[in-house]
Write a protein that binds this ligand. Structure first.
Ligand SMILES: *[C@@H]1O[C@H](CO)[C@@H](O)[C@H](O)[C@H]1NC(C)=O
Ligand SMILES: *[C@@H]1O[C@H](CO)[C@@H](O)[C@H](O)[C@H]1NC(C)=O
Ligand SMILES: *[C@@H]1O[C@H](CO)[C@@H](O)[C@H](O)[C@H]1NC(C)=O
Ligand SMILES: *[C@@H]1O[C@H](CO)[C@@H](O)[C@H](O)[C@H]1NC(C)=O
Length: 830
């Protein structure tokens, strides 16, 4: 039991751990051993910002890897060169990073495969050598000697240069890129980038990008460790076998943030031509990400509380564009690949298989239990079942038998009876039996075709989670068995045994106790109580404001834990009613009980008289408003996924929570996007707090102009249907990528989005509302359905509006959508 519970409590703590000083105040009851632990931690935690040098780096300079090591900055301070710690094992990369942004994003690193221990040193020796050595003087980097250096310089472009006395570069980071290129950087023929393994493991990953001799930019998988290339999953269209002059010569990432191929004849092919012109005053980088996508990112130079946003990436569908018979494909062997809303691959193991390395999912999967052909007296159907995985398939290479014509039942039965068969695919009357390991598996809902997987019956009815706990149960059994055996022997032995167990228990208790004493409040509803002082420190005196809403101001805070640094969003409520004391706790615990992937999680709260604060997960990708109305128009499909997600989140709040939660202020500013661009509703459950003893009827109109339902203005009770109304307005904004009110529209009819869309719908001119959005234009049927759903949602009469449950069903096409009536019976609400 202990280990299982332990991990449950540890995780929230790890995310919530503050700077050590704060942690101390959090847990006054901690015993000495914890203090000791913290004592150690205090030593490693960097407390002061490292000073930096900006001039030329002269002979005899060096940097030493430690937690507060110095760095060499570029003149403007935008970039720095030095050591960056990775993981929690005191290992360091010699790296270049964007130094003015909180993330300190690495754009180059020397020793990803061979991180340097603490005490390692990078040195420009008096005799002009440049090298990285370990604490005992062993050479870590580079592999070939760099000598004759007169000085080094970290330039404002992000290029780190070693030059001789004539200022001729002998070595530069721009000529030795790792996984990222920066504006002004050029890739010549033959030069390449290599991905890292995971977001936080900088060892060489399995994707590469190369500017090939034929003049094309290619992305491909490699076989490690030899780096032999498999066939490309992306190839730029910049090669001309007939006339070499029409072929590419260089890949140029230009200053204004475009990635171009310059042809031998001087012409330019812009790869990023689908992107609107990247805006000014942004930092850029183009990175071959660990999931195999080559992505152009931008970050506002003076932006606070933002993150890198992706402007462009290739390929469009890595799951489908990767083919070939060798290598496991982007997700590795025995897995299947599908795309998330942001066209990033998601890798899943086939049922009956588990990840070779849970930290590195792209490595692929292994069979959980090998099948045996020796079944004794049992029949295959007693031992195995066939599990269906719809819309999943593999390129044809891995077949060992093809049966035709065959229906699904027979295909399934033949595989079950064939002791060599683990996976079969049935599509349009053909049944293919597949060989292991399987490469390039993929899932796509447009694909008709079904995988049939043979599973031992014991696996089929077990979730992966229960499988893990099974191993624990086994351990328990052995302990009990040993105990029983011992109890059978002499009293003396028993005594010894009991004493030993007592010691053991005491010891383990102390060990786990360290953590658990400080988390007692987490046990209730997983919610943590903070003091105002702690949150003040976490936000550095409420310095960085990331948002402002009806309820107060939101600040970005930082939580350092032993293993990582986590951002949180801290909402300082400024209008909580006086008599709302008890209600605050009740509401907060109601919010804490919500668990849904489309809701922002509440992690903790502070309740000290007038100081009422809520601590939430931090959502890196900002609000839906900035996504929709931002730099470039997001993909149609991504937008639809977001609209679906919000509908599901609202359905959960309305119908599936123990107490119904009406949001009252649904709008794109209150929808946040997480790392994978999944929509997450924020600010829910707060409406009641502000109203204290008033019931949910008018007097104070909650909500925001443009989104509020008409009943707020009438003397009718407010129900969950107000959220349906606001959702409808927002759905139209998502569809059209414009705000519900745009006063500056030349054409007056277009000012109010709801009215305009209804007009267009009524006159069968829906193509007008999407303007030049080609993707949406090619999907008119779905577009029409979504618009009809939205019109149902914005009906003036609340009883005509569907419930969120119905909305979800209509969106997903589970139920038909009937022709909606005109939404406004009277005049417009605005
Ligand atoms: C660095 O040294 C080079 C060559 O000596 C010189 O041209 C350049 O101006 C120096 N830069 C700085 C910032 O001192
Ligand atoms: C990265 O992964 C490799 C193997 O896949 C492992 O040996 C190495 O320790 C990992 N590095 C870190 C810093 O976790
Ligand atoms: C960068 O490339 C784009 C597209 O080719 C072009 O429009 C722009 O002028 C270029 N910017 C610079 C600074 O060369
Ligand atoms: C972008 O480039 C591709 C191929 O080079 C071309 O087919 C496409 O029409 C271009 N798109 C735009 C918007 O210019």
């Amino acid at each position: 039991m202990a280990p299982k519970n332990f991990s449950i409590y540890v995780r929230p703590l790890v995310t919530l751990l503050y700077k050590p000083t704060v942690l101390f105040r959090l847990c006054p009851k901690m015993d000495f051993s914890v203090l000791h632990l913290l004592g150690l931690y205090l030593v490693i935690e960097p407390f002061f910002v490292a000073a930096a040098q900006t001039a030329n780096i002269s002979l005899g300079s060096s940097l030493t890897a430690s937690d507060n090591s110095l760095s060499w900055q570029s003149p403007s301070g935008a970039f720095a060169f030095g050591f960056r710690g990775i993981g929690d094992q005191e290992l360091f990369l010699l790296a270049i990073w964007y130094d003015k942004i909180p993330e300190k994003t690495l754009v180059w690193y020397a020793n990803g495969d061979n991180p340097a221990p603490i005490g390692s040193k990078v040195e420009l020796t008096k005799d002009g050598h440049f090298r990285l050595t370990g604490p005992r003087g062993e050479e870590i980097w580079p592999q070939s000697v760099i000598s004759g250096v007169a000085y080094a310089a970290m330039l404002d472009t992000g290029n780190f240069v070693l030059a001789n006395q004539n200022s001729v570069p002998l070595w530069q980071s721009f000529k030795n890129p790792i996984d990222t290129i920066l504006p002004t950087q050029v890739l010549e023929i033959g030069e390449k980038l290599s991905s890292r393994q995971t977001a936080s493991n900088y060892s060489k990953g399995k994707f590469q990008l190369q500017f090939k001799p034929a003049g094309t930019l290619e992305l491909y998988l490699i076989a490690l460790p030899t780096e032999q290339a498999y066939s490309a999953y992306y190839k730029s269209n910049t090669s001309d076998a007939a006339d070499k002059m029409n072929s590419g010569n260089q890949l140029v990432f230009n200053e204004s943030g475009h990635i171009n191929v310059v042809l031998r004849n001087g012409n330019i092919v812009t790869l990023t031509n689908k992107t609107a012109s990247p805006p000014r005053d942004y930092y850029y980088r183009a990175t071959l990400d660990y999931d195999g996508l080559f992505t152009l990112y931008a970050y506002p130079k003076n932006g606070s509380g933002t993150s890198w946003s992706s402007l462009w990436s290739i390929p469009e569908n890595i799951c489908f564009d990767s083919t070939g018979n060798e290598g496991g494909g982007p997700c590795g062997y025995n897995s299947y690949c599908k795309l998330d809303a942001n066209t990033r691959p998601i890798c899943e193991c086939l049922p009956g298989f588990s990840a070779l390395d849970p930290e590195y999912k792209l490595r692929g999967c292994k069979q959980h239990r090998m099948h045996s052909c020796e079944l004794g007296d049992s029949k295959p159907q007693d031992v195995y079942v066939m599990h269906e995985l719809p819309n999943t398939f593999w390129p044809s290479s891995s077949n060992y038998e093809e049966l035709q014509p065959l229906n699904e039942d027979d295909c399934s039965r033949f595989c079950l009876d064939d002791c060599n068969c683990v996976v079969a695919v049935i599509k349009a009357g053909t049944c293919w039996k597949k060989k292991l390991p399987l490469s390039n598996g993929r899932q796509d809902w447009n694909e008709y075709g079904k995988a049939l997987i043979k599973l031992p019956k014991s696996d089929a009815f077990e979730s992966p989670a229960s499988r893990d706990s099974n191993t624990e149960k086994k351990d328990q059994k052995t302990v009990i068995l040993v105990g029983a055996l011992l109890l059978g022997s002499s009293v003396f032995l028993n005594f010894l045994f009991v004493a030993a167990i007592a010691l053991l228990v005491f010891y383990t208790y102390r060990k786990t106790h360290r953590v658990i004493t400080s988390t007692s409040s987490i046990m209730e509803a997983n919610l943590r109580a903070f003091t105002y002082k702690e949150l003040e420190e976490a936000t550095d005196g409420f310095r960085e404001e990331v948002g402002r809403g009806a309820f107060g101001t939101v600040y970005k805070g930082i939580i350092s834990s032993l293993s990582s640094t986590n951002y949180v969003a801290i909402k300082k409520l400024d209008k909580v009613a006086q008599q709302g004391e008890k209600e605050f706790k009740t509401e907060a615990s109601a919010i804490a009980k919500t668990h849904h992937k489309n809701l922002v999680r509440l992690l903790g709260l502070c309740d000290e008289g007038a100081n009422k604060l809520l601590v939430y997960e931090f959502m890196r990708n900002g609000t839906l408003a900035s996504y929709l109305f931002g730099i470039s128009r997001p993909d149609w499909n991504k937008r639809i996924q977001i609209a679906f997600g919000i509908a599901r989140g609202l359905m959960y709040l309305h119908d599936e929570c123990s107490t119904q939660i009406i949001h009252c202020d649904i709008k794109p500013q209150n929808i946040l996007l997480d790392d994978s661009f999944t929509a997450r509703i924020s600010d829910f459950g707060l409406a009641k707090l502000l109203l204290s003893d008033q019931t949910l009827t008018h007097t104070v109109i909650r909500g925001t102009r443009g989104y509020v339902a008409p009943e707020w203005f009438r003397n009718t009770p407010v129900t969950a249907k107000v959220d349906v109304y606001s959702y409808g307005v927002m759905l139209l904004e998502i569809i059209c990528c414009r705000r519900s009110l745009e006063m500056e529209k030349e054409n007056e009819e277009e000012v109010i989005l709801t009215d305009w869309v209804y007009d267009c719908y009524k006159h069968r001119r829906l193509n007008k509302v999407i303007e030049d959005d080609e993707e949406a234009g090619n999907d008119m049927k779905r577009l029409e359905r979504l618009v009809m759903v939205a019109i149902w949602c914005i009906q003036e009469d609340p009883s005509l509006r569907p419930t969120m449950k119905k909305v979800t069903q209509m969106l997903e096409g589970v139920v038909d959508v009937s022709v909606p009536p005109s939404p406004s019976l009277f005049s417009s609400i605005c």
